[in-house]
Design a protein around this ligand. Structure first.
Ligand code: ADP
Ligand code: MG
Length: 228
């Protein structure tokens, strides 16, 4: 059975008039360790879909199953623990805490568990070495370039060895060179860690490098093949 199953997810938002339907019967399946890119025009529902897969939002209809579990059946504290343990997030904006060092920022997902075990500090250092920030542990985010901040965000997403990493336009704020470097890094780290990776991107260059591609168009998700 696939490790991630998104089954007929529909998302409607209430409005003063008719409900706004943003996702229509979206389905997707991913085996453990696989990666996929989702492309589509602005406003087509990419972030909404990624939020639902990441359990930050709930579908109006349909289900999500991650590692054999339907997270939406969990109560709120268990859902938060599930998300923290199983899912890593990389956003377009790095969402690093400005007052914390790079090392502390990477440890943020561990803080939710109450205490930071020494092995997690070692893990954070190791990840920062691997993303090329081993010499910047004590720096604040403001002292890093945009590409370096996204590298720190990738390390943070991987801290707790999630089964699934979700990235919403992770290279959207970067220049071409840094976008390519962060794209390389995401795919390389995903391979090394054996996690699943779903990236939403406007960049066809990036999307082509994934083993499968989906397109969202007017709320409908379909698998596509991108011409090389
Ligand atoms: P994308 O990431 O592809 O640009 P989004 O998923 O952010 O698209 O948004 C898709 C559509 O859903 C947009 O029309 C947006 O205005 C609408 N939308 C997103 N979130 C909400 C919300 N909480 N309430 C109402 N409409 C929303
Ligand atoms: Mg979006």
């Amino acid at each position: 059975m696939p490790e991630l199953i998104v089954d007929n997810v529909t998302r409607q938002f209430p409005t003063r008039g008719d409900a706004l339907t943003v996702l229509r019967d979206c389905s997707l399946a991913l085996e453990a360790g696989q990666n996929t890119a989702i492309i589509g025009p602005s406003g087509s529902g990419k972030s909404t879909l990624l939020y639902i897969i990441g359990t930050l939002d709930r579908p109006t209809h349909g289900t999500v199953q991650l590692a054999g579990e339907n997270p939406f059946l969990l109560d709120e504290p268990r859902l938060a623990a599930f998300r923290n343990e199983r899912i890593g997030f990389v956003f377009q904006d790095h969402h690093l805490l400005p007052q914390c060092s790079v090392l502390e920022n990477v440890l943020v997902p561990a803080l939710a568990t109450g205490s930071v075990a020494p092995d997690l500090i070692a893990r954070a250092r190791d990840l920062l070495n691997r993303v090329g920030l081993g010499g910047r542990l004590d720096h604040r985010p403001a002292e890093l370039s945009g590409g370096e901040r996204q590298r720190a965000a990738v390390a943070r997403a991987l801290l707790r060895r999630p089964r699934l990493v979700l990235a919403d336009e992770p290279t959207g704020n970067l220049d071409r060179t840094n976008a390519a470097l962060v794209g390389d890094l995401l795919l390389e780290m995903q391979k090394q860690e054996g996690t699943m990776l779903i990236v939403v991107t406007h960049s066809l260059d990036l999307a082509r490098r994934f083993s499968q591609q989906y397109e969202l168009d007017d709320g409908r998700l379909k698998q596509v093949e991108l011409a090389v």
